[in-house]
Design a protein around this ligand. Structure first.
Ligand code: FES
Ligand SMILES: [Fe+2]
Length: 378
């Protein structure tokens, strides 16, 4: 098996075709969706250097609250050591590396289940039983702390030692995302779906407007005029768009109250955006959604969909029943996509697979696929 650099060299002629202008370009070669070596390189070049949204602030509301999470097998603890601080540490004991916390909950401290070294909620080593005679100085030792940024109710982390400043990473998106006021919302539901495909197929699928009228015709496809839709393509692989559609419900009718910041807008307002590598944001007149796409292995991905509503939403009659219908609608959309991306994954490993030409409606995919080539070949 060749290493990642050798594989990229072999793929260079195919990348050249992806780099052509949209109407001449071809999609990425299947190999980038199936190679374990390129997957490992993506971890280093993309997921270990970009700002990643790993939790909601509301998931750790009180001092001592914590939850655990993994990004490409890197285990972390997200906790609230102080009323106004959220901290993210590696969930790896300083003795042998066992995870000191599991699941989520409330803790005074974390005691490692293996030999009972104890850490504060902030990750400082506070007790190491049976180590008195050790000559290794562990006085100020602590679980490795990651850089954290709170943005509109989300906890972003960066695994890099010296990451680009968050503000620079967000860039112009800060202003373009006026419609995504998720700090004024709460998570009503969180759907977690595992899909058997590479993470990039899902990221691309969520910006692929070309398929909407086809596979989603029985859910929301009929309400989106894809041919009129134009994407704004920004630096660092980001993009955003605004178009006319209908709220997410079977008949397209609006069920929940209009978002307070959208009352002056068209009732058919629909906005979507992407922040590279794995965040997709979406808005209708009455609701917000944030999608996180987490790589599990080259051919497995976890999709997390946060369904967000402002406080007033729960005041509608039959709120619980309406929310169940809404969740079922969103899950149905994901199920429709899942069948397609799993089929794409199958093709990506075939020796007969040749990347096809991009459609004019795939300009955001073109932007994203080119950004991927930039990152991997820099
Ligand atoms: S691995 Fe944690 S105390 Fe030994
Ligand atoms: Fe879709």
């Amino acid at each position: 098996m060749t290493n990642a650099c050798e594989q990229l060299a072999v793929l260079a002629p195919k990348f050249k075709l992806t780099r052509e202008k949209l109407l001449r370009a071809r999609h990425l070669p299947g190999h980038v969706y199936s190679s374990p070596e390129l997957y490992a390189m993506e971890k280093e070049r993309i997921f270990m250097t970009h700002w990643l949204s790993v939790a909601r602030v509301e998931e750790v509301p009180n001092v001592g609250d914590y939850l655990t999470f993994e990004v490409m097998n890197e285990p972390i603890i997200i906790s609230r050591p102080n009323p106004d601080e959220i901290s993210v540490c590696m969930n790896m004991c300083l003795h042998r590396g066992v995870a000191v916390a599991s699941g989520c909950g409330h803790a005074k401290d974390f005691s490692c289940p293996y030999h009972a070294w104890t850490f504060s909620v902030d990750g400082k080593l506070i007790a190491a039983p049976g180590m008195k005679e050790s000559e290794v100085d562990m006085k100020n030792a602590r679980l490795k702390k990651l850089q954290v940024k709170i943005w509109r109710g989300w906890v972003f982390v960066n695994f890099a030692e010296d990451p680009i400043p968050f503000e620079e990473y967000m860039g112009v998106m800060e202003d373009k995302l006026w419609w995504f006021q998720s700090d004024q919302c709460k998570v009503a539901r969180k759907a977690i779906i595992d899909v058997k495909c590479n993470w990039k197929f899902l990221v691309e699928n969520l910006i692929d407007i070309y398929h909407v009228g086809v596979i989603h015709r029985s859910t929301f496809g009929g309400f989106v005029k894809g041919e009129k839709l134009r994407f704004n393509l920004e630096a660092n692989g980001a993009w955003h768009t605004r178009y006319e559609a209908r709220p997410h419900s079977k008949g397209g009718e609006q069920v929940f109250p209009t978002l307070p910041w959208a009352t002056e807008e068209s009732p058919g307002i629909a906005c979507k955006a992407g922040i590279y590598p794995n965040i997709n944001l979406s808005m209708r007149a009455d609701s917000l959604r944030m999608w996180h796409i987490w790589p599990i292995s080259p051919g497995e991905t976890r999709v997390v969909c946060y369904m967000l509503f402002p406080e007033g939403a729960s005041s509608i009659p039959n709120y619980d029943a309406e929310m169940e219908k809404y969740v079922a609608f969103v899950k149905q959309i994901i199920a429709e996509d899942a069948m397609m991306v799993e089929s794409l994954q199958n093709a990506s490993g075939s020796k007969f697979f040749e990347p096809g030409p991009m459609a004019p409606l795939e300009e955001a995919l073109h932007h994203m696929e080119n950004h991927y080539v930039d990152l991997m070949t820099a």
